[in-house]
Design a protein around this ligand. Sequence first.
Ligand SMILES: Cc1cc2nc3c(=O)[nH]c(=O)nc-3n(C[C@H](O)[C@H](O)[C@H](O)COP(=O)(O)O)c2cc1C
Length: 306
Amino acid sequence: MSNTPSMAVELAGVALKNPIVVASGTFGFGREYGQFYDLSQLGGICVKGLTAAPREGNPPPRIAETPMGILNSVGLQNPGVDAFIAHDLPFLRQYDLKVIANISGNTPEEYGQMCEKLSAAGVDMIEVNISCPNVKAGGLAYGTKPELAAEVTEVAKRHATVPVMVKLSPNVTDVTEIARAVADAGADALSLINTLRGMRIDVNTRRPILKMNTGGLSGPAVLPVAVRMVWEVANAVSLPILGMGGVSTGEDAAQLMLAGASAVAVGTACFADPFTPLKVRDGLCEIAASQGLERVSQLTGGVRPW
Ligand SMILES: Cc1cc2nc3c(=O)[nH]c(=O)nc-3n(C[C@H](O)[C@H](O)[C@H](O)COP(=O)(O)O)c2cc1C
């Protein structure tokens, strides 16, 4: 007889009914996916990256398929933080799930202003993106230099009244260096990984497939990198972690949790099958049950040393 483990987890004091969140930029603001199933089945949603002003994003082509993944150079296309608060947040509030606002700024002050507006609007958490590889100003620059990462974190914390989670880039030599800087600056949680910079070339036209030349790699190909980085960060700092990168099965999610994640985000896999987050949740529950766990949270950090 198998037990049914509790799927409830906590991320920086925010209670999630299950550890499955959908990753920023892969689920929009939930409207399209909400036509397939009740979004209340998800633990939470990290919404598409918001900026202070609306952005059209980069010119196409901006998606290229790769073996076991995709490259994207979308470049933070979004309606801006005010339109999100007016139109999209009320839509998401119809559902019983945690709303995590993902933000990108050109300056630390912009991060601060967005944190103030979003806190006042009542989002559950703010995910500070310092790791977008597809924008010129700010973006990745903040996520690859410890002093800048710390500055953005500190400004965000000063202006936010909800927990602040900082999203780390894998495009660094030592992710723990940035994680420590952000933790020391007062972050409440960390999320990782964002996409890995990559490139594809059409050998006949000899042109890069993406108009921006390079893009960010995501999907199953990046899972082992994500597991490694979550494990390294979990060993370096004591903040809760939202793990992501290439998750498409319950086993993938369990790996990230064993490596140290408290919750897991599903991204690119949603494009191939919108039901993936629910399948990941059920697969994770089965693994926890087969291991006789009372709570799925018992997986967190459970990797055994050799
Ligand atoms: C098309 C696309 C758009 C994305 N947009 C954002 C974004 O706006 N903000 C952000 O922090 N991450 C963004 N990401 C990164 C994802 O949230 C996630 O960190 C990454 O794709 C790894 O997870 P996955 O392999 O499950 O997709 C984007 C990814 C994709 C594929």
